[in-house]
Write a protein that binds this ligand. Structure first.
Ligand SMILES: Cc1cc2nc3c(=O)[nH]c(=O)nc-3n(C[C@H](O)[C@H](O)[C@H](O)COP(=O)(O)OP(=O)(O)OC[C@H]3O[C@@H](n4cnc5c(N)ncnc54)[C@H](O)[C@@H]3O)c2cc1C
Length: 360
């Protein structure tokens, strides 16, 4: 058949759509340009028993080498709609799920909407931010989320969940907990985020700095307020130093950010000598997964022999693809680190990203 007579089918792979850059072919891809298209696509797939994967920037997913035999839906809308702005109530605005998160931070800092400046440089879409209540440098998105408009796949209706209904916690929410392997919706939550409403204070100065490393970098005390643009610049610098800002030329950023969450343990748990200990409320303490990994003998840059997957050379908590790694390589590394930490300290690290293959 002469080439050029027929359109050449292009196979989209999960490696093209995720920041780990691993994963096989996608059954079909829908880049939706309206809320109706998202809902119709998901409903038709649910009715037909076709698996659905709603993906934003693919920055919190470890895909499967076998690919995904279903419909992958991405929200192509990049919209911010201001609802109100006044000194009393601050700024209230809706953002479409597909809007890149860092564009929202840029807009907020330039408009003087305060509360997300420390969340600069986090990759991915706005719709994914309430799912795991993204956080960094002392701020969490849950501090400024007012409501989330969702498609409820179980009740088959639009549901707007107010902040109090979202059950936001450390890297979790009702939305994330509605993603379970055994509930028929997997690998997408029951609640699909369509839009997020934010409520922020009007101020060109940041919220009080809560993170001591950030305060040190800014030359201020914890609790001080600083120009929000300065906070953004300092956070981006700190993040780059840890390989936490996407950069195609830097393999340390071919990752999903932190691969394991920091363990939350009963307050009476005896932690290993020297392990950081933070109050986590409700009779719990939090310790550092990065500390445990290094103390268990996995240094930055650790790799299994012959593997193209390695811990980041800048941050022991990030698993990375050094180029040509497979999902199997990353899973083998994740298992080795998790099992090594468990053997050393009897603490089981839990993965933060969605792991699309069989369980770790
Ligand atoms: C270099 C790097 C640094 C990072 N730093 C941080 C950090 O500092 N703090 C932090 O919290 N995270 C961090 N992450 C993780 C990640 O960027 C965030 O979790 C981000 O919010 C994921 O957005 P996404 O659009 O890429 O989600 P995806 O990876 O596309 O999806 C993640 C999960 O959310 C679901 N999802 C996506 N969109 C929707 C939707 N509209 N409705 C319902 N479910 C949806 C997906 O099905 C999947 O389960 C980092 C990742 C990288 C690669």
């Amino acid at each position: 058949m002469p080439s050029g007579d027929y359109p050449v089918p292009v196979t989209v792979t999960l490696a093209d759509l995720t920041t780990f850059r691993v994963g096989g072919p996608v059954g079909r891809l829908v880049e939706a340009t309206s809320e109706a298209e998202i809902v119709e696509t998901i409903t038709a797939a649910d009715d037909g028993g076709e698996p659905v994967l709603v993906l934003g920037g693919g920055s919190n997913v470890l895909a499967d080498d076998a690919g995904f035999d279903g419909v992958l839906v991405r929200d192509a809308r990049h919209e911010i709609a201001l609802e109100s702005e006044d000194a009393c109530g601050g700024a209230a605005f809706w953002v479409s799920a597909g809007m890149p998160w860092d564009d929202v931070v840029v807009r907020a800092v330039s408009e003087g909407w305060s509360g997300i400046e420390a969340l600069s440089g986090i990759p991915g879409s706005t719709g994914a931010t309430p799912v795991q209540n993204v956080g960094a440098y002392g701020q969490e998105v849950g501090d400024v989320v007012a409501a989330v408009r969702t498609w409820d796949r179980q009740e088959r209706r639009i549901r707007t969940l107010a902040r109090g209904e979202l059950e936001l916690g450390y890297r979790t929410s009702l939305l994330k907990r509605s993603l379970r392997r055994d509930d028929g919706w997997y690998p997408t939550p029951r609640f699909v985020v369509l839009r997020v409403m934010f409520q922020m204070r009007l101020a060109t100065r940041s919220e009080p700095i809560r993170y001591s490393e950030l305060a040190r970098t800014l030359g201020v005390e914890v609790g001080d307020r600083v120009d929000a643009a300065e906070v953004r610049a300092a956070v981006l610098d700190l993040r780059r130093g840890k390989g936490m800002v996407l950069d195609a030329a830097d393999h340390d950023t071919w990752s999903a950010g932190s691969f394991f969450t920091n363990p939350i343990l009963a307050a009476d748990t005896v932690l290993p000598d020297g392990a950081p200990r933070f109050e986590a409320g409700d009779g719990h303490v939090k310790t550092s997964a990065a500390w445990l990994i290094q103390a268990a003998g996995f240094a930055k840059g650790f790799a299994l022999p012959g593997s193209a997957a390695a811990l980041s050379s800048k941050h022991a908590l990030a698993l990375t693809n050094r180029g040509g790694a497979s999902s199997a390589d990353l899973l083998a590394l994740a298992r080795t680190v998790r099992d090594g930490v468990r053997e050393a300290f009897s603490i089981t690290l839990e993965p933060e990203p969605l792991v699309l293959s069989t369980t770790l």
